[in-house]
Write a protein that binds this ligand. Structure first.
Ligand code: SF4
Ligand code: SF4
Length: 312
């Protein structure tokens, strides 16, 4: 599998990145998940994306025990120095890694939540980098504004933007706007790897076209794709190497996942705050997702203490 440099970080990664969010969404246990990750590593993938909120550190740790030597990206929603310090130590402890390759501020770039609004967390990451606990720092963002800020901020090494051919899930612009912002960030020397190329499942019926779009973005070193089975790994690794495989073995849900809110919703708004795409709102006392903006990431469900949100 082709590998590319992540900007000026000195880190090289495979074009396909194993996204672990879907392991959490589908409740795949650590051992089973680690086996799927190991299969991807055997097929040329050497980049794994996780996050504190995904609860998949154990999956990645077990995979690293079986197949050490791959690049790990993680993320934390921390906004302050103290909270980021806890996140870094948690990641190093639970992943059993002295150094995390890439550590991002998760879901950064929205209104009143830009890079400078999390300056305390960023300063902590920069200190960790100077101490060798982290190799590169950056942000993940569903916002065009986030990618723009990443390009302009000298402290940022890596940007993990939402990039798909429809621009679905972008609350503040079009696919073309994100394209421009990412290109500028790339020209500024940032390492970029994309997410949500299939727009939360909506583009599964057009997966060839959707991945062709993402792979043709010259600024993306890699693209994170959620995988939960060996068949998905085989299909996606072939696609990323220019081969087309029969997808009959895949259990595809052609229309993608949708958010369903149970009647027990208390309208507390925690899910609204957790949504990185600005898709959630309280309407008539109950949470509701805007299907035009929702990319089925499931973060709203993780945030709901009453367990009222399902992805169906
Ligand atoms: S977090 Fe749960 S209870 Fe609160 S508004 Fe959202 S769905 Fe309703
Ligand atoms: S799944 Fe939930 S958090 Fe994710 S984009 Fe949709 S509404 Fe927002």
């Amino acid at each position: 599998m082709e590998r590319r440099k992540l900007g000026r970080t000195g880190i090289e990664v495979s074009r396909l990145c194993f996204g672990t969010l879907t392991l959490r969404q589908l409740n795949i246990g650590p051992k089973e998940g680690a086996d799927v990750i190991a299969c991807a590593l055997d097929m040329g993938v050497d980049f794994v994306d996780t996050a504190e909120g995904y609860a998949t550190y154990e999956h990645v740790r077990l995979a690293a025990k079986m197949r050490p030597g791959f690049v790990v990206n993680t993320k934390s929603p921390a906004k302050t120095y103290a909270d980021m310090e806890k996140s870094i130590e948690k990641a190093r402890r639970e992943l059993d890694m002295d150094t995390i390759d890439s550590f991002l501020m998760h879901g950064c770039g929205g209104p009143k939540d830009g890079i400078e609004d999390r300056r305390g967390a960023l300063d902590c990451l920069l200190e960790a980098k100077s101490e060798g606990k982290v190799r590169a720092v950056g942000i993940s963002s569903h916002f065009v504004a986030g990618a723009r800020q990443a390009g302009e901020c000298p402290d940022i090494d890596i940007c993990h933007p939402l990039v798909n051919m429809l621009g679905k899930g972008l609350p503040d612009g079009t696919a073309e706007d994100m394209d421009d912002a990412c290109r500028l960030a790339y020209e500024a020397g940032k390492g970029l790897f994309g997410m949500k190329s299939l727009a939360g499942g909506l583009l599964i019926p057009k997966s060839d076209e959707a991945f062709a779009y993402a792979l043709s973005r010259p600024y993306l070193a890699s693209i994170a794709v959620g995988m939960t089975t060996v068949d998905e790994v085989k299909y996606n690794t072939a696609l990323f190497q220019g081969r087309r495989e029969d997808n009959k073995a895949l259990k595809l849900k052609p229309e993608g996942l949708r958010v369903f809110v149970l009647k027990a919703c208390a309208g507390c708004g925690d899910c609204v705050k957790a949504c990185p795409s600005g898709a959630m709102a309280i309407v008539d006392g109950r949470a509701m997702a805007d299907p035009q903006l929702c990319v089925a990431c499931g973060y709203c469900g993780f945030a709901c203490k009453r367990f009222c949100i399902r992805l169906v």
